[in-house]
Design a protein around this ligand. Structure first.
Ligand code: CA
Length: 224
């Protein structure tokens, strides 16, 4: 999962970046409305945290431009406590949720987790795929009830697959949702991580779709 943080307060931006990185997300950041708009317009994010009061272009107009251009990623806006009208304007402009400043970073994380889940069609925070269970709150993974230990990159990959189970995901899509913009991307590494995941999960539920990518199957067809 990959998120964008648009916040001009450097300390707050760093605090959010750290919290999302610790929770296992790939994080991109912007410090003004123009830079934020550009990134949200050109990169695929699973969610965006967008401050309203920003230099160069305010959050509401950034959001309006994204939505007009057909960008549908979930957006959580950050508003000042005494600016109730910002919440209304933000939601009318296409925001999916808001958090009022000052906030606890855990609340932002929980709301973003819910937005990502909902956008992928999941109501529960526990994602289940056959014998695999992925707890989005704790990033704990079990297979048939037994805990499986995964590295942060493996977790990020499995998390994306679990959110989008039964869909064919190209290597490019997986790469774009697993790494931040500064990362030296090589889509061949996806193959390596898929191999490790298969081994650690011990089930053959990750199907290779030749020439297209990978699919996490919620029900593995019985072998003849
Ligand atoms: Ca601000």
């Amino acid at each position: 999962m990959r998120v964008l943080i648009v916040e001009d307060d450097k300390d707050l931006n760093r605090q959010l970046e750290q919290a999302f990185a610790d929770a296992g997300y790939a994080v991109d950041k912007a410090f003004d409305g123009e830079e934020g708009h550009f990134l949200g317009d050109t990169e695929p994010y699973d969610a965006v945290v967008l401050d309203i009061g920003l230099p160069k272009a305010d959050g509401i107009s950034v959001l309006e431009k994204w939505r007009r251009a057909g960008r549908t990623m979930p957006v959580l806006i950050l508003t000042a406590r005494d600016r109730w009208n910002d919440k209304v304007a933000g939601i009318d402009a296409g925001a999916d949720d808001y958090v009022t400043k000052p906030f606890h970073v855990e609340e932002v994380l929980a709301r973003v987790r819910a937005l990502i889940r909902r956008a992928a069609g999941h109501a529960s925070s526990l994602l289940v795929c056959g014998p695999i269970e992925f707890d989005t709150r704790t990033s704990k993974v079990t297979v048939a009830g037994s805990a499986v230990k995964l590295t942060s990159h493996e977790l990020r990959l499995l998390g994306y697959l679990m959110h989008h189970q039964d869909k064919v995901l190209s290597r490019t899509e997986l790469t774009e949702h697993l790494y931040d913009q500064d990362f030296d991307r090589d889509s061949n590494t996806i193959e390596v991580f898929i191999g490790r995941l298969r081994k650690k999960l011990g089930t053959d539920c990750i199907e290779t779709v030749r020439g297209l990518g990978y699919r996490l199957q919620s029900s593995v067809p019985a072998q003849d």
